[in-house]
Design a protein around this ligand. Structure first.
Ligand code: MN
Length: 497
């Protein structure tokens, strides 16, 4: 995906009342702002300036055009002057694109010596944007609101975060989750309403038989797989026994074939994400491990055991994180360390953790795997980098989707774990391990999640707002007893007619 292919329409509001001279200045200021914002890397999408909005008919037409513009991922509104907001009702009611209401003004300082009523009339976002904000509240809409001087990095960063969320929404509206097999038998949390998911997120969640993949796998030649291994050699370290012919090398070759076959399938179906399940591997020699890891690294969403909600969320996070450092991976809470003062959670999966979160060069190794009853799978082994990160998940509560996001601090793994040959991450959740775990469990969160050191709370919050789903933030100020009450109140909100 190329961010610059996505347009964010910049709609500056005013009205005819002020006369041509003022409106010309409004348009000129908007032009300068769009041009300057487009030069800043903090804003990944392309801002496209539209004509100054000054009449009900013009505003309605503009939103109609935005709705049908394929490349329009969102809209930024800003009222340079006063723009009576009854003019906006029909347009906003028809709108289907995410909106950011930018509350700013063209000048930073009040020109104390020269200020007169003409200046006041031209630069009155302080009251024009309040009139504009009122109509969102009145219509029950919740655009992102960003207040501050448009040249400040902090303001631009927040606009950029929202653009990334809008890009992920845009991608999801056109994306397919390719499910290979069904969900793991008897597991509740990986289930969900696939029709509702398409209505809410745009995701097309469909199933393909594992036999389709097994067939494609058979058709991949040794030559093709060896060429892929050459690329692995440039990118990863290989365990010594994998550098020469033998069972280890053969296992790696099989994973390369699975990767090539899977990628062909994903491209053919226009899929952005996929799931596998160890209970359905007929015709494949191993559980896809290395194959899933390298496909995630290329930007595909993935989750194990048929968890299509997390697969799609990994994809959304991959889109949001594009061009940022820190990585995004499928993750699973596995085991705790309860030593007083050093409490932490160890996250991993059977095999499938994305190397984009690795602290150093990952190593390909081949080891037995008890689950799945297949041959020893090749996988990438590494530790995740230390630093701030987030864990995010989506659950289906039957009447709605809920997103839960926990801020964590990933820590360096000090002790070697020579008998644990999988990629892993060690983190301390906020506010602390126990209260974070209690909160996550009270909220009904999965053992599966999306782990990202590239993204923060605001990315996921913006995305959830755009999708119209419940958002639960577990962080420094979260207390489980309070959260339990908040979730009950939220239940009343979400069950409204
Ligand atoms: Mn799992």
């Amino acid at each position: 995906m190329n961010y610059r292919d996505l347009e964010i329409w910049f709609i500056v509001g005013s009205q005819d009342l002020y006369g041509n001279e003022t409106l010309k200045q409004v348009a000129e200021h908007a032009r300068i702002m769009a041009e300057e914002l487009n030069k800043d890397d903090l804003l990944p999408c392309r801002i496209v300036l539209k004509d100054v909005a000054k009449s009900p008919a013009g505003i309605t037409k503009l939103f109609g055009e935005a709705n049908t513009a394929e490349s329009c991922a969102g809209i930024i509104t800003w009222m340079h002057t006063f723009s009576p907001s009854k003019m906006w009702i029909t347009g906003l009611n028809s709108n289907r694109k995410p909106i950011l209401h930018l509350h700013t003004q063209f000048n930073q300082d009040i020109p104390w010596a020269g200020i007169d009523m003409d200046f006041m009339n031209l630069n009155q976002s302080a009251h024009g944007d309040r009139e504009h904000g009122h109509i969102y509240a009145r219509l029950g809409l919740s655009p992102k609101v960003v207040a501050g001087f448009w040249q400040d990095a902090a303001v631009r960063r927040r606009i950029g975060v929202w653009m990334r969320a809008a890009a992920a929404r845009h991608d999801g509206m056109r994306s397919v989750v390719l499910r290979l097999g069904d969900n793991m038998r008897e597991v509740a949390v990986t289930e969900g309403d696939k029709v509702e998911a398409q209505i809410q997120f745009g995701w097309q969640v469909n199933t393909w038989g594992i036999g389709d993949l097994a067939q494609l796998y058979q058709e991949v030649s040794d030559v093709q797989a060896e060429a892929r291994i050459k690329e692995y050699e440039g990118r990863y370290e290989l365990a010594p026994e994998l550098r020469q012919a033998g069972p280890g090398r053969k296992a790696m070759l099989e994973q390369a074939k699975i990767e090539i076959a899977l990628k062909g399938m994903l491209e053919r179906e226009g899929a952005g994400a996929f799931t596998t399940t160890f209970q359905d591997l007929h015709g494949l020699p191993q559980l896809p491990g290395l194959a899933c890891q390298t496909l995630m690294e290329q930007g595909y969403g993935f989750a194990g055991e048929g968890d299509w909600k997390q697969a799609m969320l990994v994809r959304a996070a991959k889109v949001m994180a594009q061009g940022l450092s820190g990585g995004v991976s499928f993750m699973e809470d596995y085991t705790y360390h309860f030593e007083p003062g050093k409490e932490a959670a160890l996250g991993a999966h059977m095999l499938e953790v994305c190397p984009s979160i690795a602290v150093s060069k990952p190593r390909i190794e081949v080891h037995p795997l008890g689950i799945g009853n297949k041959a020893d799978p090749a996988r990438l082994v590494f530790d995740a980098a230390a630093g701030p990160a987030v864990l995010a998940t989506i659950i289906d509560l039957g009447d709605r989707f809920r997103m839960i996001v926990n801020e964590v601090e990933a820590v360096k793994i000090e002790q070697p774990m020579p008998k644990l040959p999988v990629a892993r991450a060690l983190w301390k959740p906020l506010p602390n391990l126990y209260e974070a775990a209690e909160s996550w469990i009270i909220a009904g969160g999965t053992h599966h999640s999306v782990y990202s050191a590239a993204l923060g709370i605001e990315h996921f919050r913006d995305w959830a707002e755009m999708m119209g789903i419940e958002f639960v933030h577990i962080g420094r100020d979260t207390r489980p007893a309070r959260l339990r009450d908040e979730l009950r109140w939220a239940g009343a909100y979400w069950s409204r007619p």
